[in-house]
Design a protein around this ligand. Structure first.
Ligand code: HEM
Length: 153
């Protein structure tokens, strides 16, 4: 074959295509070995979720605006069920065993401001637990649709 400029250019183009395919294959293989972590994993799994719930309980206990709602609450049950719920909504290996959000919060007369305040305490608890901000936002987005089931109507 005569080696001229257009042959070299064509060979380089073919090589570029092959390199592209090769890099694409490496990328896919890396994704298969390290699939995108679930939200549960991003929250730190079982220990991460337990830490968030414990910090939330601490913050609720020290909060004048919210504590009165929980004055009669059995904390061990609340801890267990909130852990199960956060695990389940973040695609963890759990299933929520508590009562429905409507049943639990019925009659508490929870207002918009109370709900927003609890969300602030939860954000504080996630900060305390060292939860990465993107994971915090993903968890809040999954809890947001429960608002209508919790607020007093
Ligand atoms: C996204 C927001 C919320 C979520 C995901 C949530 C979730 C839960 C869960 C899982 C439980 C345990 C249920 C059970 O034991 O069967 C619970 C209980 C409780 N929640 Fe909420 N909650 C939210 C907002 C609120 C707000 C805004 C208040 C009040 C200001 C509140 C007050 C309570 C109280 C007092 C209990 C304990 C009830 C009892 O003593 O049995 N919650 N919540």
């Amino acid at each position: 074959m005569i080696i001229n400029r257009s042959n070299i250019v064509a060979a380089l183009r073919r090589a570029r295509g092959l390199i592209g395919l090769f890099l694409g294959a490496i990328f896919l293989a890396a994704c298969a070995v390290h699939p995108k972590p679930s939200l549960y994993e991003q929250l730190g799994g079982r220990e991460g979720v337990a830490l968030i719930v414990d910090h939330l309980i601490e913050r609720i206990g020290a909060d004048d605006k919210i504590f009165h709602f929980y004055a009669e609450t059995k904390i061990s049950r609340f801890r267990e069920h909130l852990q199960g719920q956060l695990c389940a909504v973040s695609d963890g290996p759990c299933h929520y065993a508590g009562d429905s959000m409507e049943q639990v919060h019925a009659g508490m007369m929870i207002q918009e401001a109370d709900f927003n305040h609890l969300v602030e305490l939860l954000i504080g608890a996630m900060e305390d637990a060292g939860t990465p901000v993107p994971a915090q936002n993903r968890l809040l987005a999954r809890l947001a649709p429960m608002r209508g089931q919790i607020l007093h109507r």
